[in-house]
Design a protein around this ligand. Structure first.
Ligand code: URA
Length: 264
C-alpha cells in the first residue's frame, strides 16, 4: 500500500471505488449500489491541511487493514454530512444496516438520531443541512459489540483527521465509547453528559505522536447513544435536556442557525 502515500485524494478515491467494484464482483457477482462518499469536491479546510481532504480520509478508510474489524466488513463507513458542520455527531461504530449500506446511522438508532437532531425544527440539525455524522470505528464490530479499546485506537487517526478537516463547532459524543474516544477519561456517559468539554487534541486519546500536525481545540458534548434511548425510554428526558443545551450554545455562536429554529 506504499503507493497510496504518493496518490492525491482524487486518485485515492478512484482506487477505492475500483476496489469496491472488484469486491462486488468477486463476492456477489454483480455491482452493488454504492453511496458516494458524501463529499463535494473542495480543498482542505482552512488551508492548514492542504495535503489532506475528507475524500483522502474516506479512501484510506476504504482500504484500511489496521485492525481485525476489516475482515468482517462489507463496507467501511467513513461518515457523511456537510463540510462545515455546526455539529459533528460521533457514534460507536457501524451496525448491520450501516455495514450493508456504507452509510452511518441509518438503522433504528440512526432514525431516532435524525429525529433527535431535528426535533421538528426545534433543534434544527440534520446531516443534509448542518451536521456531519461519523463513528469511532469505521468497520462493523461483529454482533454489534462495542469496539475494543485497541480497535478504537487503531481508528483514532481517521477520526482525528476528520475533526481537523471539518472543524465542527460542537462534537456531540453519542454514548460512552465515543465520549472516551474523545476525552481523556474512563468515566461513562451517565457522569459525563450534559456539559461541554473543551479539549486540546494533543491531550485527547486521538493524539498520535507520529501525526505531525499542530494540535487544535475542540468542544465535546457527551449525551446518551440513541440505542440506549431505544432500550430505556426513561433516558429520553435527559437526552432532551442535552439537545436544548446544544441548541442554546449554537444559538450563541450562529445567528442564522438561531433564526432558523422553531420555538421550544
Ligand atoms: N450505532 C452507531 O454507533 N453508529 C452507527 O453508525 C449506527 C449505530
Amino acid at each position: 500500500m506504499v503507493f497510496l502515500m504518493t496518490m492525491n485524494a482524487a486518485d485515492k478515491t478512484s482506487a477505492a471505488l475500483f476496489l469496491d467494484l472488484a469486491g462486488d464482483y468477486v463476492r456477489d457477482g454483480y455491482r452493488r449500489d454504492r453511496p458516494d462518499y458524501g463529499f463535494a469536491d473542495d480543498t482542505a479546510a482552512g488551508g492548514a491541511e492542504a495535503d489532506d481532504s475528507l475524500e483522502a480520509v474516506a479512501a484510506d478508510i476504504a482500504v484500511c487493514e489496521r485492525c481485525a474489524l476489516c475482515k468482517g466488513r462489507r463496507n467501511a463507513v467513513a461518515g457523511e454530512g456537510v463540510r462545515r458542520p455546526l455539529v459533528m455527531v460521533v457514534g460507536e461504530g457501524p451496525g448491520a444496516d450501516e455495514d450493508a449500506s456504507g452509510r452511518p446511522f441509518v438503522g433504528r438508532a440512526g432514525q431516532l438520531l435524525d429525529r433527535m437532531l431535528d426535533s421538528r425544527g426545534k433543534i434544527g440539525l440534520s446531516r443534509e443541512k448542518n451536521c456531519f455524522i461519523a463513528n469511532v470505528v469505521k468497520c462493523r464490530p461483529p454482533g454489534n459489540r462495542n469496539p475494543a479499546p485497541d480497535e478504537a485506537r487503531a481508528c483514532a487517526r481517521f477520526l482525528e483527521r476528520q475533526i481537523r478537516l471539518l472543524r465542527p463547532r460542537i462534537i456531540l459524543a453519542a454514548g460512552s465509547v465515543a465520549s472516551r474516544a474523545l476525552l481523556d477519561t474512563a468515566e461513562g456517559v451517565t457522569k459525563l453528559r450534559g456539559r461541554f468539554f473543551t479539549v486540546d487534541s494533543s491531550e485527547s486519546p486521538l493524539y498520535a505522536p507520529d501525526g505531525g500536525e499542530e494540535p487544535f481545540m475542540f468542544t465535546v458534548l457527551p449525551t446518551f447513544h440513541p440505542s440506549a434511548l431505544l432500550r430505556d425510554e426513561s433516558l429520553k428526558a435527559s437526552a432532551w435536556e442535552d439537545m436544548k443545551l446544544l441548541r442554546s450554545r449554537l444559538c450563541e455562536i450562529d445567528g442564522d442557525y438561531a433564526a432558523s429554529l422553531s420555538p421550544l
